[in-house]
Design a binder for this molecule. Structure first.
Ligand SMILES: [Fe+2]
Ligand SMILES: [Fe+2]
Length: 235
């Protein structure tokens, strides 16, 4: 069953054929190669990174939904302010699928941390998704959006408005999360002298907010609250 937040987004794809293709892949993000089927962490619980951004439980879903929100905001700006034309179906399909095979590259280690699967030793998420989109007969425009989503660091730069939108939305959301996590880690370290591991975006925003409202004392209180919550969860 598709997560309600993803369902809300797929419902916005008007082209029935494209909508059904996107839903089918989101519902069954497995990858078959040489007769072996690879399946990863469920999309709802997977992180979207191991260290830089969204590197916590639920990070994948958060990243995709947030990037989609940003992409749609960019569609509005381009249409309403610049008078440009955008195909929203392509933007939504592209942003929903851009990291679909990240979870297949992650596993949970014995100590609860995230690590890489054996498939990830041989293939990266971008190569996996491109092969699968081609195999499943996705439109070339969607394949381009996905292959160009890493911008200058990927195999091809964005060459359509829709690909540029998805690249910028992905970049902005990853950067936003990375900066928030780094800032919160720094504040926590300064306030309590300890490194806070496995921080989520919600906790990071809470720490930053407490600094603005109550200063260092506020940070220390929030960090202690987060740490004691973790201890009760473990017990
Ligand atoms: Fe990516
Ligand atoms: Fe991404």
């Amino acid at each position: 069953m598709l997560h309600p937040k993803l369902r809300t987004l797929t419902n916005k794809i008007r082209d029935k054929k494209l909508r059904e293709k996107v839903i089918e892949l989101l519902e069954n993000p497995t990858f078959e190669i040489d007769g072996k089927i690879y399946a990863g962490l469920p999309l709802e619980i997977s992180p979207a990174g191991l260290s830089h951004h969204h590197c916590y439980q639920g990070g994948y879903l958060e990243h995709v939904v947030s990037s989609a929100n940003m992409a749609l905001a960019l569609c509005n700006t381009i249409e309403k302010i610049y008078g440009g034309k955008v195909n929203r179906d392509l933007v939504i399909a592209g942003i929903l699928l851009h990291d679909i095979f990240k979870p297949i590259t992650y596993t949970v280690n014995k100590n609860g941390s995230y690590g890489k699967t054996s498939l990830a030793d041989y293939m990266d998420h971008l190569s996996i998704v491109i092969s699968e989109l081609v195999r499943k007969g996705f439109p070339l425009e969607v394949i381009h959006i996905v292959s160009a989503h890493h911008g200058e660091y990927g195999p091809i730069r964005p060459r359509t408005v829709e690909a540029l939108i998805c690249h910028l939305a992905d970049l902005t959301d990853s950067r936003l999360d990375n900066e928030i996590l780094s800032a919160a880690r720094f504040l926590a370290r300064r306030a309590v002298g300890e490194e806070l591991f496995g921080l989520t975006s919600k906790e990071a925003f809470e720490i930053i907010h407490s600094k603005s409202v109550e200063g260092w004392e506020g940070v220390a209180k929030t960090v202690e609250k987060i740490m004691s919550k973790r201890k009760t969860r473990k017990a």
